[in-house]
Design a protein around this ligand. Structure first.
Ligand SMILES: C[S@@+](CC[C@H](N)C(=O)[O-])C[C@H]1O[C@@H](n2cnc3c(N)ncnc32)[C@H](O)[C@@H]1O
Length: 254
């Protein structure tokens, strides 16, 4: 039996790694790191910094898992993502089988929280059904997500009294607009500043590179700030080669 720990490491600030995560980091013999390519080098360095800072057992190993190319232009988004997950599951299963000894404990460090827009749990689920639960067991350790970091940095609650919160992607916000059933929407994975399509009176609480030295925070109405956010995002992306941003949209009071 091999064991895998899926550890949420927070969204950028090493101080937001939980005590439970630190204990889990110290149980692992091997860290599996998914290689996302050069433009995400900073994220890789942060994972290494977390291991160096918190892991007391210096005999651990880091094993890279290559990332298969993803077809981002495919019109059938869901099918393309499922195909990509299957390819990843096959690759990961091979690496885990060859690099993790029987009885060994491996760890996968997941950005933010593993339960939010992350495919690690789905992929590990596929690997377990392939290898059999008697071969691989796994545990999940929650992390502080970028959504929680955003709310804390803006000192704002995500929910209003007794009201729901909707979490969605930039792609869906652009396609479907502000959902009719709620007043508060958190948007992630937005490569195209989809907030520009909502009512300009909507409030926006925007954050990029949350928890890191490059953090940018802006809040106001979309009408007042939309252009400034687009410019700040474009400039930061050009300078660093990548950007991760999250925002809360709040419907204006009637
Ligand atoms: C693949 S999802 C992973 C989300 C992650 N599991 C979490 O709990 O935050 C990546 C998206 O998370 C958001 N994100 C992650 N880290 C962030 C950060 N440090 N600052 C702002 N947004 C971040 C962005 O919307 C980005 O497009």
């Amino acid at each position: 039996m091999r064991r895998l720990l899926i550890i949420g490491i927070g969204a950028g600030d090493p101080e937001q790694v939980t005590v439970q995560a630190i204990k889990a980091l110290n149980r692992a013999d091997v860290f599996f790191v998914v290689d996302k390519g050069d433009d995400k080098q900073d994220l890789m360095l942060l994972r290494q910094e977390i291991c160096e800072r918190y892991v007391e057992n210096r005999s651990y190993r880091m094993v890279m898992i290559p990332e298969p190319e993803r077809d981002r232009s495919a019109p059938a988004y869901r099918q393309a993502v499922e195909r990509w997950r299957e390819e990843r599951a096959e690759l990961w299963a091979g690496v885990i089988e060859s690099e993790l000894a029987d009885g060994g404990c491996g760890a996968l460090l997941v950005w933010g929280d593993p339960a939010l827009y992350d495919s690690t749990l789905a992929i590990v689920g596929q690997i377990v059904s392939r290898l059999g639960p008697q071969e691989l067991d796994y545990e999940v350790i929650p992390g502080i997500s970028s959504v929680q970091a955003l709310a804390a940095r803006h000192r704002v609650s995500l929910t209003q009294v007794g009201r729901p919160l909707h979490v969605t992607t930039g792609r869906r916000l652009a396609a479907e607009g502000f959902p009719a059933h709620c007043d508060d929407v958190v948007v992630m994975l937005d490569a195209h500043c989809s907030f520009t399509g909502v009512d300009p009176a909507t409030e926006i609480y925007w954050g990029a590179y949350l928890g890191t030295k490059d953090e940018i925070l802006l809040s106001g109405t979309v009408g007042d700030l939309g252009g400034r956010i687009e410019a700040a995002r474009g400039e930061a992306r050009g300078r660093k080669g990548w950007v991760m941003d999250t925002y809360l949209l709040r419907r204006p009071a009637p």
